[in-house]
Design a protein around this ligand. Structure first.
Ligand code: COI
Length: 363
């Protein structure tokens, strides 16, 4: 492994009680991983160090031009007290895809996973074990050059922070309500919608706020060209079930290629479900709703796992899906995915990454 310096924190925080509501991304552990990049020198100074503030010059590129990317994954503990990750290689692969789109130098994916594993071993006691909880992992890369010219930075900081979390939505697994947005757009083909860059999320805030003012939980984005086809939800990919076929928008360049999305598709196909990745218009969804063939809608994402959608609002009209409860397909996916993530069911797909076992093999 590339050199990884470890500076242990001697001033440890009190860990939150995982049986009370942890919320999402409010508490952070005692350590973080950092690594810096300088043009001509490449990525260097990899270290695990006490979690701390980071200070930058006000003229730093990240503050002005949002040249920054991130990932989200989770760590779980199984009954043997081993640390498990879910398809982490996919996250570092996607981080590099985001890096290429944002002119950020790529990282060594294998090393990043080894460094994360080390960080998790140090922070093992922060992984909550109550049902529905996990340790959320946020790898980020930001441009740290001090310059106001609009050009790619020549310096970067890669950091990984950890946060014990409960469910993403305050309502937990209770079905959410979506506002179908027919004016504002999330991303156009050719833009940055297919990567995880920070600007995508900042640009969505106004619309998310509007959804809340309309009594909804999140936005369901439509395509930028015709405001007609489903794209994704604020922090999730979207699925609908019509006439026993599970349909999700195809990855046409403006949608984030979710790892949970991909896992749901693979899992459903392997279990005999018919799955279509294709354009799906809001009219098709409403027609199916009106004829009774729309039986489910749900979102998928690392933070949200599988989240049922009970109703949606479009052009001031409200539609309740089925009986407004979590449907059978969403329930199936939620149980199997979380079962694999917590190491409770057989991992037929080899998606689980056992940090503890790998560390023992390396000794
Ligand atoms: C995730 O699901 O990990 C995300 O990154 C979505 C959101 C919390 C930004």
């Amino acid at each position: 492994m590339q050199n990884l310096k470890i500076i242990l924190n001697t001033n440890l925080k009190k860990k939150p009680d995982a049986t009370t509501k942890l919320g999402f991304g409010k508490k952070f552990t005692d350590h973080m991983f950092t690594m810096i990049y300088k043009e001509g020198k490449g990525w260097h100074n990899a270290q695990i160090q006490p979690y701390s503030h980071i200070a930058f010059d006000p003229a730093t590129t990240i503050f002005h031009y949002a040249q920054g990317i991130f990932e989200g994954l989770k760590a779980y503990k199984n009954e043997k007290d081993e640390i498990l990750l879910f398809r982490p290689e996919e996250n570092f692969k996607r981080l590099n895809a985001s890096a290429r789109r944002m002119c950020i130098p790529e990282i060594d994916e294998k090393f990043a996973l080894q460094a994360l594993s080390k960080l998790l071993e140090i922070e093992k006691d922060w992984i909550p074990t109550a049902e529905g909880t996990s340790l959320y992992i946020r790898p980020s890369i930001i441009a740290t050059n001090v310059a106001l010219g609009v050009h790619p930075s020549i310096e970067y900081l890669f950091f990984i922070i950890l946060s014990p979390v409960g469910s993403y939505y305050k309502k937990g697994l209770a079905p959410i309500k979506l506002l179908v947005e027919d004016f504002y757009v999330r991303a156009a083909v050719g833009g940055t919608g297919a990567v995880k860059c920070i600007g995508n999320y900042g640009a969505s805030l106004k619309v998310a706020e509007n959804a809340i003012q309309h009594g909804c939980d999140q936005v369901l984005w439509l395509d930028a060209n015709e405001h007609k086809y489903l794209e994704e939800v604020g922090s999730m990919n979207i699925f609908v079930v019509i006439d026993d076929t599970v349909i999700t928008p195809a990855l046409t360049g403006s949608i984030l290629p979710g790892i949970t999305r991909k896992s749901c598709i693979e899992l459903l196909r392997a279990s005999g479900y018919r799955v279509e990745e294709r354009d799906i218009s809001i009219e098709e969804v409403i027609d199916a709703q009106e004829t009774g063939s729309l039986t489910e809608m749900f979102g998928s994402g690392t933070a949200a796992v599988v989240s049922p959608v009970g109703s949606f609002q479009y052009k001031y009209k409200e539609y309740t899906i089925g009986n407004g409860c979590m449907g059978q397909v969403a329930q199936f996916l939620y149980s199997v995915l979380t079962g694999m993530q917590y190491g409770k069911i057989e991992d037929k797909f080899n998606w689980s990454y056992n940090v503890t076992k790998k560390a023992k093999q390396e000794i």
